[in-house]
Design a protein around this ligand. Structure first.
Ligand SMILES: NC(=O)c1ccc[n+]([C@@H]2O[C@H](COP(=O)([O-])OP(=O)(O)OC[C@H]3O[C@@H](n4cnc5c(N)ncnc54)[C@H](OP(=O)(O)O)[C@@H]3O)[C@@H](O)[C@H]2O)c1
Length: 407
């Protein structure tokens, strides 16, 4: 077993991070998105503790980015889409605005204490690697970069350098801390139990999923998130990605990671220990909690989110996942176990199929069926030695998925 990248050795957090109550500077990548704007909410609430050093966005919402720059006065800004740069520059006089993928990578490596990567999709890999290569502590929402980069990202990170933003992995890290007075003890862990809301189509059979529409898939029952992760939650691809993420972050093998459906989304995940004890982390669904824990790591940010109201009656339910209706998790386990370039192919095919579904070119069930077909055709390169290899597999999978979806 290797040292996990997500759990600090002891409870102090990475040694080069200022103490949890000392001022910390943060670069927020994907600041205009769901995770990014909630990270800014947390930062704004604790002005003595957190300061924004840099902001990055795609360029789709230049007005929002300009307002964020006005409010947080970062040292630097980058916009991925060069066409949007001019509008942002005009709106934010005085703050340098870098352009394109290179500008994004430069801000990802900008001097700061924590880089929050809230970019969506495989494109976030370059930023993850840039931040880690620069020696930053990485608060990781962009799970895709870890999943597709796998060993490359882990090597660049080292023990305790990645702070999980995903609520499930934040919960797992919190439960693992609780394992003993000295913190994480891998020998004490029997199983990670990752919870899933089940998405908007929970309880439906495969036949009942045939005609579901993008509008229905975009109505998540418990979380308010960006488009990609919302559709991924409906197909359960998101849960598949999270199983691979859990394996990579905590070095627990796939056969000891269980997915359980918990429609209330209050228990965010659990760890079962060798003595039969299970520790769970519970809080109403609100990403500001796991986000705040990465910024204050390993200390908590008071008032970051509303707690469970223990004076009211609650019912929490847990049920097994229906792998027949939602085969995405089993397929993810398969590609995760294959390793190498397989997870990059799974993710890239999904990103293309998801767009095809939203555009009305692919039925809902076609998303995972097509991913499976693309994964099946891919000759896996067993180990990933370079980022070029990852992006080559990613490009191949996108091209093949486009052919199969008629794009
Ligand atoms: N949302 C959640 O509650 C949640 C929970 C757990 C994990 N996550 C993970 O967090 C990540 C972000 O999700 P989200 O829901 O916040 O996504 P989102 O709302 O779609 O936001 C994505 C952000 O990335 C920016 N962006 C897009 N392309 C970019 C590029 N090429 N370079 C730099 N920035 C780019 C977007 O900018 P524009 O606005 O300019 O397009 C936006 O700021 C995903 O990996 C997701 O799986 C999200």
């Amino acid at each position: 077993m290797q040292t996990p990248v997500a759990v600090p050795d002891g409870l102090a957090g990475p040694a080069d991070l200022p103490g949890p109550y000392e001022p910390r500077s943060i670069v927020v990548l994907g600041s205009t998105g769901s995770v990014g704007s909630q990270a800014l909410d947390v930062i704004e609430r604790e002005p003595g503790r957190f300061r924004v050093a840099g902001l990055v966005a795609g360029g789709g919402r230049p007005d929002l980015l300009a307002r964020q720059v006005e409010r947080f006065r970062p040292e630097v800004v980058a916009v991925a889409d060069e066409r949007a740069v001019r509008a942002v520059r005009e709106a934010v006089g005085g703050v340098p605005v870098l352009a394109g993928a290179e500008g994004v990578a430069e801000v990802a490596a900008w001097p700061c204490d924590i880089v929050m990567n809230g970019i969506t999709g495989a494109v976030g890999l370059t930023s993850t690697l840039a931040a880690l290569a620069a020696g930053r502590v990485l608060a990781l929402a962009n799970k895709e970069s870890l999943i597709i980069g796998g060993p490359l990202v882990k090597r660049a990170a080292g023990p305790g350098r990645i702070l999980p933003v995903d609520s499930e992995h934040s919960a797992l890290a919190q439960c693992l801390w609780a394992a003993g007075p000295d913190g994480y003890d891998p020998g004490a862990v029997r199983r990670l139990v990752v919870t899933a809301s089940g998405g908007p189509f929970r309880g439906r059979t495969r036949a009942e999923l045939k005609d579901v529409t993008p509008e229905q898939a975009l109505k998540h029952p418990t979380w308010d998130m960006g488009t990609v992760i919302t559709i991924n939650s409906a197909t359960l691809v998101n849960k598949g990605l999270e199983v691979i993420e859990a394996n990579l972050l905590f070095d627990i093998p796939f056969d000891r990671i269980t997915v359980v459906v918990h429609p209330q989304s209050v228990v965010h995940s659990m760890v079962e220990f060798v003595d039969g004890s299970t520790i769970a982390q519970a809080s109403p669904p609100d990403m500001r909690l796991p986000i705040s824990l990465t910024l204050g790591w390993p200390a908590r940010v008071p008032g970051a989110a509303r707690p469970v109201d223990w004076t009211a009656a609650h019912t929490w339910t847990f049920e097994p996942l229906d792998d027949e209706a939602f085969p995405a998790v089993a397929l993810a386990r398969h590609v995760g176990a294959l390793g190498g370039t397989a997870p990059a192919v799974y993710n890239a095919a999904n990103e293309v199929c998801l767009e095809a579904f939203l555009a009305g070119r692919l039925p809902f069930l076609g998303i995972v069926d097509t991913i499976e077909a693309v994964v099946g055709e891919h000759s896996v390169s067993g180990s990933v030695e370079s980022v070029e290899e990852v992006f080559e597999a990613d490009a191949w999978a996108r091209a093949r998925a486009r052919e199969l979806t008629g794009a």
